[in-house]
Ligand binder design. Structure first.
Ligand code: ADP
Ligand code: MG
Length: 266
């Protein structure tokens, strides 16, 4: 009898110890996830800086051509008219306005989303497109947008744009690397069974990774000179952990197709 009690006590202590160890392990995993997320954020920051540089190159050139034109006129003709000066000022103002808008877009983007808000899908899609449009244009990539239904969802706005930018810039990378003729990305915005569905499809020939879901693994990158392998990993975390949604991928007859499914807000 006494032995049984002793044994019982010993088992209880053993269970307590195991429980402690398990919660310590869970805590450790949680911390690892956080570190991984931070690392990915830093890496994607690098990618974003590349985008800013790109977005500014064109307007900077335009601005310098406006001032060069004025200077040339003064040097060659000895004078400029008031109208010409005003025209130059107006042109410069437009360009500066545009540059200031891009900076705002990026500032909003980098600002940490503090709270979940309700937003329209197309709102965040246009802000994402604003940020990478000039690099799509540079490579003559056609962007087709089909809006069937523009739903509202609740979540972190900037993170949602980040997911779109990651997917769009991957498509761009592949279209450029594989030198696709008539490169094109199609965005289809709709809804199904109370969920907002956004499909992003390119015509770059598809994902050549088996199994295809490997693209979501952290730091998994393939056939890229400066790939970080964090874009899709982060995107999946954002959609599935922070927004209760699903991020899916498959190959279509033309190329890769990413599908973002997020429950609608009513
Ligand atoms: N649209 C696409 N078409 C073909 N392959 C793709 C596409 N999008 C992603 N991939 C593949 O998935 C990999 C992982 O993407 P990502 O996580 O964004 O990392 P990175 O772009 O830094 O390599 C890419 O290296 C690429 O091989
Ligand atoms: Mg990427």
């Amino acid at each position: 009898m006494e032995n049984l009690e002793k044994e019982n006590y010993r088992l209880k202590e053993e269970i307590k110890k195991l429980k402690r160890e398990i919660s310590q392990e869970i805590e450790k995993n949680h911390k690892n996830d956080k570190v991984l997320f931070k690392q990915s954020k830093m890496a994607s920051l690098g990618e974003m800086l590349g985008n800013i540089a790109h977005q500014w190159r064109q307007p900077l050139m335009e601005l310098s051509s406006v001032t060069m034109e004025l200077q040339a006129k003064i040097e060659l003709l000895g004078k400029v008219t008031n109208e010409e000066i005003i025209e130059s000022i107006e042109k410069s103002n437009d360009i500066i306005q545009y540059m200031s808008q891009t900076i705002d877009d990026f500032r909003n983007f980098f600002a940490k989303d503090k709270k979940r808000v309700q937003f329209k899908i197309t709102e965040q899609i246009s802000s994402a497109i604003n940020m990478i449009n000039s690099s799509l244009k540079q490579h003559n990539i056609k962007l087709e947008i089909i809006v069937i239904k523009n739903s509202s969802i609740i979540g972190f706005k900037n993170e949602y744009s980040q997911v779109l930018i990651n997917i769009l810039s991957n498509a761009k990378d592949e279209l450029v690397n594989r030198k696709i003729k008539d490169p094109k990305i199609t965005l289809k915005i709709g809804e199904k069974e109370g969920k907002s569905i956004v499909e992003i499809e390119d015509n770059a020939g598809g994902i050549k990774i088996e199994p295809i879901d490997k693209v979501f693994e952290p730091f998994y990158t393939k056939d890229k000179a400066n790939g970080t392998g964090v874009g899709l990993f982060m995107s999946k975390l954002i959609v599935e952990n922070n927004m209760d949604g699903r991020l899916l991928v498959k190959n279509s007859s033309k190329g890769a197709k990413f599908i973002i499914v997020i429950p609608k807000s009513f």
